[in-house]
Structure formats: C-alpha cells, structure tokens
Design a protein around this ligand. Sequence first.
Ligand code: NAG
Ligand code: NAG
Ligand code: NAG
Ligand code: NAG
Length: 597
Amino acid sequence: MAAPASPSLLQRAQDFVSEHRRAVLIATAAAVVAAGGVAYYASTSRQPTRRRDVEKGEKKDRKKSKKKSSPKPSKGPIIEERTPKAEEAELEVEKLTAEEIASKSEKERTDIANTFKQKGNDAYRNSKLSQAVDYYTKAIQISPNPEPTFYSNRAACYVSMSPPQHDKVIADCNEALRLDKFYIKALNRRGVAFEGLAQYQNALSDFTSATIFDKFQNQSTAAAVERVLKKLSTEKAAEIIKSRESRLPSYTFISAYFAAFRERPLPTLPENPSQGDQTLILALEALQAADYAHALSFVNEAFVQNLSTTQGEAEALNLRGTFKFLMGDVDGAKADLEESIKLAPGFTQSLVKIASVHMEQGDPQKAFQCFEDAIKSNPNDADIYYHRGQVLFIMNEYDDAAENYTKSSELDDTFVFSHIQLAVAQYKAGKIANSMATFRRTIKSFPNRSEPHNYYGELLLDQGRFEDAIEKFDKAIELEKSKAPPHPPNVLSLVNKGLATYQWKQDISAAEKCCDEALKIDPECEAAVATLAQLNLQQSRIEKAVEMFERQVDLARSEPELVNALTYQYASKSQLEFLQKYPEMAEQLSQIARAMA
Ligand SMILES: *[C@@H]1O[C@H](CO)[C@@H](O)[C@H](O)[C@H]1NC(C)=O
Ligand SMILES: *[C@@H]1O[C@H](CO)[C@@H](O)[C@H](O)[C@H]1NC(C)=O
Ligand SMILES: *[C@@H]1O[C@H](CO)[C@@H](O)[C@H](O)[C@H]1NC(C)=O
Ligand SMILES: *[C@@H]1O[C@H](CO)[C@@H](O)[C@H](O)[C@H]1NC(C)=O
C-alpha cells in the first residue's frame, strides 16, 4: 500500500530473488569458487588429516560404494553398519572382564568392539536407548581405533531420548567429525542438536555442509537449511529492530508514499496563531517541497510549542503518525492517527492511513471498516476509493480494485496513480488490451509525468518486450531528469532499465551502471542495492555481494524486508565458511554448481 503502483521494482526484484532462491544459493557456492577462493583456501588450510586412516579401516565398506570420487561423503541408514559383521558375533563379549580384554590383541579388541556396536544397533532398533548407549560406550572404550560410527550412533541415541541430550549429541558428533570430517549423518545430527539449543548459526553451518555434500539433492537437508536460515534471520531482524534508532527511509520510498495522497491546500491559520501553529505550516510547506527531514523536525517542534486549535492538532498528529509509520513504528503511528480522528472525526486522510496500518498488521477486515467509516463521512473523497483499490489489489481482487480506481478518477481525474493502477489491475485480471489502452490514454493525459511510462515499461518487460520496455524507461528517466528542483529525480526507472538490460542481453555491466547511477542520485534506493547484490552474485563477486546484502539489511525498513536481506546475507556467508572448512571441496562444488546452472 505504500508504493503507488504495486508491481514495484523492489517487489519484482524480491520475486526474482525468491523464484531463483535455490539457484542463488547454489550460485553463491559457485561464485566463491570462481572468485579465487580455491587458491586462497588451499594455501591457508591444513590437509584433511584423519581421512586416510578411516578409509583404510573401512575398505570393505568402500567397495559397496561404486563412486570413486574422493572425498566421499558418508552415507547409510540411521544406524550405520560400515564394518562387516564381526565373525565372533556370538562371542560372549559381555562376560569378559577388563583384564581379559586388555590382554587381547588389537585385532581381537577390534572385533569385540564391533560386536558391542552390533549389540548397540540391536538395542537402538528395539528402542532401548540407554542400553544402546552403554554398548556403544563399551565399543569406544575397547576398540584400539574407535570408528566415527561408534560416536555417531551413540549420538543418534541421545537425539532420540526425551528430552534429547543435545550437549552429548554435539560432543559425540564433534568426535565423529574429527575422525571423518565428511560424515554427513554426524553433520546432520549435530545440526539438529545446535538447532535444539537455538544455536542457529552453528546449525546453519552444519546443514549447509551436509546439503552441499548431498549435492543439494536431499530435500530434508535443504528444508533444514531453509528452516534454520529463517529462524536465524527472524531472530536477528527482531534484535536489529529493537536496537536501532528509528530514521526515515529513502527519499524514493517516502515520496512514493506521499504521492499516493492527493495534495490538499494548507490549513488556514487562526486569527491569533501560536508559535506551534506557525511551525506546523512550516512543516507542511517542507512536505510540499519534498524536504522530509525538515517536515519531520518541524512537526515535532510544533507539538513542543503547542497548537492552539483542535483542527491544527489533528493535522499535526496525522503528519507525525505518517512519519512514524514510514519509520516502522506501526503502534506509534496508530496511536497518533487514532488521536487525530478523535479530534477531527471523519478526517479522511487519517482514516485511510489507519487502514494502511491495519494492512501492515495483516488485518484487512479492519482496513475495510476504516474505508466504510471514511465514506460515511465523506462519500466523494477520491483518495478513499484509490486506497481501497490498493488494498483490494494486494488481495488479488482485481475487478473490485479496478472499479474503485475508476470511481476515484471519476471523482477527481487529476491523480495519475488512479489511472496507472487501473491499467495494472486490468493487466493482472488478464485484460491486456484494455490495460495497454489505459496506459496510452494516461500517457496522453499526463505528458509530463514519468510514472505512466515507467509502469507501462514494467508491463512490457513482463511480456518480454525488452526493446519497447527500455524505450519507456528511457522516456521516464528523461522526464525525471527534467524535473525542477527541489524534487530530486525518482530513480526506479533507472533500476528498471538495468534489470531489463540484464534480462534482455545478459549485459551485467550495463545493468550495474544503471544501478550505480541510481545510487548516486539516491544512495538509499533499496531496489538498486537489492539488484546490485544479485548481479554481483551472478558475477562471482561474492565479497561484494555480501557487502550489498549488508547494505540491504541497513536499508530494510520493515521486518519482512529485513528478514529477506538477512537470509541472503547468512546464506552466502555460510557457503564462504564451508569452503574455509572444506577447501578440498572447491572443485567439486563448482562442478555441482555448473551442472545445476
Ligand atoms: C537426507 O538427509 C536426512 C537427514 O537430514 C537423512 O535422514 C536421509 O537419509 C537423507 N536422504 C538421502 C536420500 O540421503
Ligand atoms: C504547552 O502547553 C502545556 C500544557 O498544555 C504547558 O505546560 C507548556 O508550558 C506549553 N508550552 C509552550 C511552549 O507554550
Ligand atoms: C469497491 O470495492 C468494494 C469492495 O471493498 C466493492 O464492494 C465496490 O463495489 C467497489 N466499487 C466501488 C465503486 O466502490
Ligand atoms: C509539460 O511541460 C512543458 C515544458 O516543460 C510545458 O510547456 C507544458 O505546458 C507541460 N504540459 C502540461 C500538461 O503540464
């Protein structure tokens, strides 16, 4: 509801990202490799140490696997049996005393340990978990060279206990992974334990390794990665929101929000205006001049200086509430806007803005009630129908939305966004010809506005008509550049052009140029940053991509945007970490990525 026309670039950039999420996650891996990570990691990391011993000890098991590739991730049933059944299975091992065992040869002790492992496996299968733990413990104590499976199987018992013994799972998996760092089951088990202890970063690291070893094919591990990423990002987002100072979002964002309301004349001053009354006028003038920082500080000052009329106070509350909403303080916004309506019942703009607050809180029913209330007191206010159209649009009710936009334009046909949104709703409802006609009509009626060109271009882009789309974006860019100060140009068309160029010709550097130019004009343009992050990933510039994701996190206004940006930041970082731990996997990883590209 904040943006004037809904298929905004930012939204599309995010759709692009989520549609390609898997590809992006894999591309990240490939990017790391191609970025020279191999050379760097190969020179700084130690060789895998224990691998050879383990392989020797498991020769028979290795034969079962036809794959020659090394290192080979360990596979197997829940409880692994990576050694052949001990020939002396019937041996009455439990009767042996410690002295007797100590006197046996290495070979004999190895066999006894394997028998205990077998007994452990049987006990596990019969759900006798603590008995199974005892058997595995014996196997570990007796064996001259305990196998990683002994630890991992014992960890499986701790996982299954209620409550699960996460600390013990982690200790055993640490040992199993020390013996065999490519042990997928142990990685998964330790990941589960870390997740159980809410150590999501560690869990992510283990699940990421496991999913790469599974060549991204294991659905349940992939789901674990996504699940932990979500928990991690959600937790971090809440933390950031709690601790960070509130501040205004980007110019592009604010101006899009205010553009969604028709301009109203300034309120008239009372006969003996107070200082506060005059400061409020300064705030509203600053708003008209698109000087949002001053508008905000003036309106706060007006409250300190006192406003002498209820109407003035209602106006001031409306403006302050709007800024609170823009800065992500949804509850504060609601309080101001509700107070504003108490002072001036039927104040349409406050009612309509409370509807946005309800939408942000996921309550469309209450939003619709606000529109009903607003219509009751002001049935001919064009803003109400436009904003009701926006809510209906978000809910995919395109026919009702189109009717409401049309009604809004009937009441006042000078508002360009009612026309644009009508065209977009028609397009979404599948009435392509109507939509195009509406756009052409709108361009004719608003020859000096960039927006009809921009959004027309977006629809053309959606249809794969790249050349036509870019022509429209160019026109929009030209119109924005000719805008008289103090209004800085809106840079969305620039970012759109970049995206179109990339989709059309895969011309990444031209696309980047557009985004860089957009950021020069509006350094806080989220769409440009989000697009640049993806373009960097595509080009294997992983460090730069991570940097862009971090910037995106800084710019993200709402919690969902923040969660989205954090998800990518963590996903790409965890793959960087993977290659630090497993530098020898670099080549294999790049093969996987190439095969899946
Ligand atoms: C996939 O991973 C899960 C653990 O996350 C494991 O239990 C399962 O056996 C794996 N599936 C395959 C086909 O490897
Ligand atoms: C504003 O009003 C409050 C009480 O209504 C009063 O305490 C305060 O002194 C006033 N401030 C100014 C600057 O007039
Ligand atoms: C606008 O939308 C509402 C649904 O919220 C619908 O009942 C109404 O018919 C639509 N059209 C107009 C002109 O209000
Ligand atoms: C559009 O702008 C041109 C020159 O900038 C001006 O002459 C013309 O009157 C404007 N048209 C409208 C409809 O505002």
